[in-house]
Every structure is written in structure tokens, then in C-alpha cells.
Design a protein around this ligand. Structure first.
Ligand SMILES: Nc1nc(=O)c2c([nH]1)NC[C@@H]1CN(c3ccc(C(=O)N[C@@H](CCC(=O)O)C(=O)O)cc3)CN21
Ligand SMILES: CC(C)C(=O)C(=O)O
Ligand SMILES: [Mg+2]
Length: 263
């Protein structure tokens, strides 16, 4: 059955975990779809995994459109979610809408953008024009130059309060999903409890409503430095299909992430 925003909401209500993985092309899309992954994210992490860049900043809207079209072709049931890349949405709600339209026309069913309170107006603008939005808060890789590195966000009480306030405001603006990257597990748990829409974590502890990892990280084929939240699911699996099935099982059974993958 096709995964829609309604499916994801029902999964949260029923306490069923959402399994998300990044995907950048059609063959993997079919494999992940058949292994039971609920949401395929065309992440701008393709800058790192596909293009060999050291950040996501060089990724363009045209790159994202190309990979979104490839993934959409190979997907049957999973939801197709595409990242808006750096520079394609921050200038104005109008710019975000124009870029989101192009991703939706390439086959995306929801778009994701990075930012907290600053994106409230943009989320409202897109949702009122028919485009479902996932907001990416906590560590926002497109802001790496501002942070001076990929660091845990929301560690102080003030930062944790800002994260909660932002998540509530984005939900009120009409966001369908909240993705939290590298935030303390206790803070992600609090945000998940405050919201009626589902949360997806990466380095945000086991209590989020779902989990996401970069495909190349969970298959152990990314050559770069591994973040704490990464687990190689090829260990103990005899095929890529098996590794992905084990990831889906681990997310659904709340055995991933463990303490060692959380902050
Ligand atoms: N292959 C890949 N996986 C990712 O998860 C990912 C990308 N690429 N590209 C875009 C961003 C960048 N991300 C990153 C990159 C590095 C760390 C990292 O080095 N984390 C360390 C430091 C933690 C700290 O200083 O507090 C860690 O131990 O987790 C985390 C997230 C997440 N995203
Ligand atoms: C790491 C996930 C959440 C992402 O945004 C990406 O892959 O670009
Ligand atoms: Mg991204």
C-alpha cells in the first residue's frame, strides 16, 4: 500500500515506528521499497555519497531533480521525500515554492527543508499551496560553516527550549514531519511527546517516531569518517537486501538506535 501523510500519522498514533533511508537512484529504490522502507529520502547528502564533496553546499536544484526522478521511477509503495538544497529556498517563500514545484514534478511527494522558526512563513506558504513539508531541525548540515563543524545541537536548556518552541511553531504552520538530527535523546523524546505529527531521528535517540540513516553509511560503503549515530547493517547480513531488512526490523522493534548511537 502506498505510504501517504495519513499513513505516517496513523503509524505515530498506533506506536508503529517509521523506517526511512536515503536513496539516490532507481535500482536501490526498488530494493528499499521491497524491503519495507516506509520513506525514501533523496537527501542532499548525495553531495557527499554520490559526488564526493565534503559538504552538501555544492548540491544544486538540478542535481536534486535528476536524482528524485531516478528514485521515483523505481518506487512503488514508499513515500518519495526530496531535500530542497542549499540556496534553493532560503531567500523567500516564493523561491521555496518554485523549487518545491520542480521537485514535485520530478516525482517527490513531500519536500524537506532545514531551519526552525525562520522557516515558519515558508512552511505555511508551501502547505497552503498543496506541498507537504518535512522540517529538518537540530543539526542542519547546510549551516555547517556557521557551526564550524557537525556538532550536537540543543545541549543547553536554552537551546532545548528553542528546539521545542520551533517544532511546535512549524507544526502549527502545517509541517507534516519533523526530522531531528544530532540532538540529545532526552530533548528529542520531549519534542516527540509535544507534537501530534511524527518525528524522525538521526542521532536523536530511540524515542522518535521513526529513524533515518544515509544508505551508504548503513551499508558500510561510505569512505568518510563515521558519525556516532551510524550502524553498519551489512555486519551479520549476507546481502544488501538482508541488511536493509535488518535495518527495517531494528527500527520497527526499537533495537536501533542503541545508547551507543545516541547523544
Ligand atoms: N555519508 C553521510 N552521512 C551523513 O549522516 C551525512 C552526510 N553524509 N552528509 C550530510 C550530513 C553531514 N552529517 C554529519 C557529518 C559528520 C558528523 C560527525 O562527524 N559527527 C561526529 C562528531 C560529533 C561531535 O563533535 O559532537 C560524531 O561522533 O557523531 C555528523 C553528521 C550528517 N549528514
Ligand atoms: C541525513 C538526512 C537526514 C539528510 O538530510 C540527507 O541525507 O541529506
Ligand atoms: Mg539533507
Amino acid at each position: 500500500m502506498k505510504v501517504t501523510v495519513n499513513t505516517l500519522n496513523k503509524m505515530k498514533q498506533d506506536g508503529q515506528k517509521i523506517a526511512m533511508l536515503t536513496c539516490y537512484e532507481a535500482s536501490f529504490a526498488t530494493l528499499l521499497d521491497e524491503a519495507g522502507v516506509d520513506v525514501l529520502l533523496i537527501g542532499d547528502s548525495l553531495g557527499n555519497t554520490v559526488q564526493g564533496q565534503s559538504s552538501t553546499l555544492p548540491v544544486t536544484l538540478d542535481h536534486m531533480i535528476y536524482h528524485t526522478a531516478c528514485v521515483a521511477k523505481g518506487t512503488k509503495d514508499a513515500m518519495v521525500l526530496a531535500d530542497l538544497p542549499f540556496g534553493a529556498y532560503q531567500a523567500s517563500p516564493q523561491q521555496a515554492f518554485d523549487s518545491a514545484v520542480r521537485l514535485m514534478q520530478a516525482g517527490a511527494e513531500m519536500v524537506k527543508l532545514e531551519g526552525g522558526m525562520v522557516m515558519v512563513e515558508t512552511v505555511d506558504f508551501l502547505v497552503n499551496r498543496g506541498i507537504p513539508v518535512c522540517v529538518h531541525i537540530g543539526l542542519q548540515p547546510q549551516s555547517v560553516n556557521l557551526y564550524g563543524g557537525y556538532k550536537v545541537q540543543g545541549k543547553t536548556d536554552t537551546e532545548a527550549e528553542t528546539l521545542k518552541r520551533d517544532a511546535l511553531a512549524l507544526q502549527a504552520a502545517g509541517a507534516s514531519l519533523v526530522l531531528m538530527e544530532m540532538v540529545p535523546a532526552a530533548v528529542a523524546t520531549a519534542v516527540t511527546g509535544l507534537l501530534s505529527i511524527p518525528t524522525i531521528g538521526i542521532g536523536a535517540g530511540v524515542n522518535c517516531d521513526g529513524q533515518v540513516l544515509v544508505l551508504h553509511d548503513m551499508l558500510g560503503i561510505y569512505p568518510g569518517k563515521k558519525a556516532r549515530f551510524v550502524k553498519n547493517f551489512m555486519t551479520g547480513a549476507s546481502s544488501i537486501q538482508g541488511a536493509v531488512e535488518n535495518y527495517v526490523k531494528a527500527v520497527k522493534g526499537s533495537t536501533f538506535p542503541a545508547e551507543e548511537h545516541s547523544f
